[in-house]
Design a protein around this ligand. Structure first.
Ligand code: HEM
Length: 155
């Protein structure tokens, strides 16, 4: 795990950079985004409390078919593009987003990790053997830095 203190010093090797670019290049945001957010809402139902304005979240089928969940899933995943393009300064890249989630949306930062884990599961099921353990390790390092950056306003 990457603590808040060390994310400003995180280093990326050339191979990690190319792995992250390659995984990101293969992700279909329109499919993976909705699936990842729906999974968070289904697997960790307490996260539904933040999405009271999204309409029917009463069952797994309702969540999977909810267009607002799908749209927001795409929004969240599109925001990852900024991190992929700014690996050297993910903390700075997400400072406003961290402020929004902390001060305005009051999202418990533990939920960032839950979303990252659901995203990895959705990516793993879409990629199959392409997400081998070494690729997964780099992908999760990337997501850990994203999670720490989004949490930076909280601590
Ligand atoms: C990788 C993690 C995440 C990223 C990159 C992310 C990104 C975003 C972005 C880009 C927005 C739109 C901001 C705007 O309109 O200016 C947003 C809004 C929001 N996020 Fe997150 N988010 C993440 C995790 C979470 C989690 C885990 C939750 C709650 C469980 C959450 C709850 C919300 C809510 C409630 C909104 C406002 C939605 C609306 O009413 O339209 N986010 N997020």
């Amino acid at each position: 795990m990457f603590s808040i203190e060390i994310i400003t010093m995180v280093e990326w090797s050339d191979s990690e950079r190319s792995t992250i670019a390659s995984v990101w290049g293969k992700i279909n945001v329109d499919e993976i985004g909705p699936q990842a957010l729906a999974r968070v809402l289904i697997v960790y139902p307490w996260t539904q409390r933040y999405f009271g304005a999204f309409g029917n979240l009463s069952s797994a089928a309702a969540i999977l078919g909810n267009p607002k969940v799908s749209e927001h899933g795409r929004t969240v995943l599109n925001a990852l593009d900024k991190a992929v393009k700014n690996l050297g300064n993910i903390k700075g890249t997400y400072s406003e987003l961290s402020q929004l989630h902390c001060d305005k949306l009051n999202v418990d930062p533990d939920n960032f990790r839950l979303l990252a884990d659901c995203l990895t599961i959705v990516v793993a099921s879409a990629f199959g053997s392409a997400l081998n353990p070494a690729v997964q390790a780099t992908w999760q390092k990337f997501l850990s830095v994203v999670v720490a950056a989004l949490s930076s306003r909280y601590f």
